[in-house]
Design a protein around this ligand. Structure first.
Ligand code: CTP
Length: 473
């Protein structure tokens, strides 16, 4: 039977260049993996193209470069036997077909040369083992030894070999399985899911950076909870984010229960995924309640409390980012700020005064809309009346933010009277009086006692100076 052919997938002229180079070197070459998968899923043309050569991938890369008019530089990774080059907006990675076996404690495989089938065997999933031939006489032919196309149709994640071997060889694949299931809305086949559960502990040998890459991709998916629920089900979560797992469970005392903050959090993440693509805001949603586990108390009078969980949670954000080797930069600070302020608009919603809104804008600065988005996503009540009421309240807060912002412009607050002017006016050297006066002006503006205006601020400065016993220069 003749093989199905997908010449249309190979319209990019670079494939002809690879084809000619492979024929010139008398070796077989194939495009494999994500490019083929995404073409068949109509996810658009992937920019990373993996080429496998039955022979030397490095030699093929050099020959391809020679045949391209701009002779792109070939980056060679000798230890891995791979080579890469960039051309016309795509990145080609070349590898020789390999037969690999892994040792128990390391991700570094023992590698030997192999056939295409050997190479396909050692790939993670049937849907990632699809290969299209690039040699001229078989150009576009699909090689699909594990029925990957059927799995694409059936939306199934399955490993080519026994899943215990595939996952144990490279435990990152457990996260990849969950990530693909989340991104593509596929189901992980039962044997595979069981194998992940059995091998979950081996995720420990994977670097945090690679795990975080997968977490980012899960969070960037349309319904991120799919991934976190799978991490929970397979027991990967305790190895990756124990703080999140600690939110699971409902306690009852004297007839009082609190909600399950783990499943609530996942709902919040799904909600926010509907309204923002900002992955850091999605991280904030994921972590907004993590302070609730260590702060949970039962009080006979008021029931369950999570006193200062926002503050505790924001400190935990730092520790978690540090442990996972995530950047400790402005992105982390943003997540911390969102967690720290996550209850502010809620308190406000019941009594929307100008001064409270001014303080909210002042503290949240340029992120005030993000904070409102987080709070709206936090509404997970199943009571339709409450749902509507909470949303309406936040709508009022949002309207008020616009109104106050237009009038007072406190978002990127700059003191209307500078420290320098205070020093000049009262002939002061740097001293605590300057801070006192500046603070009084800021407070008066936020309270609405004076407007954010130079003349009014100057008048207050003079009044405060007098109270402090300062004389005018
Ligand atoms: N692969 C694998 N095991 C891994 C990583 C990758 O077997 N742990 C194989 C798969 O065949 C995969 C190919 O290498 O298709 C390329 O990997 P990569 O570029 O990381 O992923 P893609 O499948 O291209 O998908 P994405 O770009 O979405 O990560």
């Amino acid at each position: 039977m003749s093989k199905p052919t997908y010449k249309n997938a190979l319209k990019n002229p670079v494939f002809n260049t690879v084809s000619k180079a492979a024929d010139a070197l008398s070796l077989d070459a194939y495009v494999i993996g994500g490019f083929v998968r995404d073409y068949l899923l109509k996810r658009g043309d992937a920019k990373d193209i993996d080429i496998v050569a039955v022979g030397s991938g490095i030699e093929l890369a050099k020959e391809v470069s020679k045949n391209l008019s701009h002779k792109p530089k070939v980056a060679i990774f000798k230890t891995y036997g791979t080579a890469a080059l960039k051309t016309a907006g795509v990145e080609l990675e070349f590898v020789g077909a390999r037969k690999e076996s892994y040792t128990k404690d390391s991700r570094n495989p023992k590698v030997e040369n192999g056939t295409l089938q050997d190479d396909q065997n050692r790939r993670d999933f049937t849907i990632n083992a699809l290969a299209l031939s690039l040699n001229e006489d078989t150009f576009g032919e699909l090689l699909d030894p594990f029925d990957g196309v059927k799995d694409l149709d059936d939306k199934i994640i399955r490993t080519p070999l026994n899943p215990d071997i595939t996952y144990s060889d490279d435990p990152l694949r457990m996260m990849r399985a969950i990530r693909f299931a989340t991104q593509l809305n596929f189901t992980i086949e039962k044997e595979s899911l069981d194998a992940i559960t059995r091998n979950a502990e081996r995720i420990k040998i994977i670097t945090n950076e690679r795990i975080v890459d997968e977490l980012h991709k899960i969070l960037a998916s349309p319904v991120p909870s799919i991934g976190f629920a799978l991490m929970h089900k397979t027991n990967l979560l305790p190895h990756i984010m124990p703080e999140l797992l600690a939110l699971q469970g409902i306690d009852e005392k004297e007839g009082q229960r609190h909600k399950d903050n783990f499943w609530h959090t996942l709902e919040v993440v799904d909600n926010i995924a509907l309204t923002t693509d900002n992955v850091w805001l999605r991280w904030a949603a994921l972590l907004h309640d993590i302070g609730k586990a260590p702060t949970k108390r039962f009080d006979k009078k008021v029931g369950w409390t999570f006193h200062a969980h926002e503050f505790v949670g924001s400190k935990m954000v730092y520790k978690l980012f540090k442990r996972l080797k995530m950047p400790l930069n402005d992105k982390m600070k943003f997540v911390q700020k969102m967690v720290l302020m996550s209850s502010r608009p809620i308190v406000l919603a019941s009594d929307v005064t100008d001064s409270a809104v001014r303080r909210l804008i002042f503290d949240a600065g340029e992120y005030v809309e993000d904070l409102m988005t987080l709070c709206e996503a936090d509404i997970t009540t199943k009571n339709p009346k409450k749902f509507k009421r909470y949303h309406n309240n936040f709508k009022l807060v949002r309207d008020k933010i616009v109104e106050v912002e237009e009038r007072d412009q406190v978002r990127n607050f700059q003191p209307p009277v500078t420290g320098e002017e205070i020093m000049k006016t009262f002939n002061l050297k740097p001293s605590r009086e300057i801070g006192i006066i500046k603070d009084a002006i800021k407070e008066a503006i936020l309270e609405g006692d004076i407007s954010n205006d130079y003349e009014e601020a100057k008048a207050l400065m003079l009044k405060k100076g007098k109270e402090l016993g300062l004389s005018i220069n």
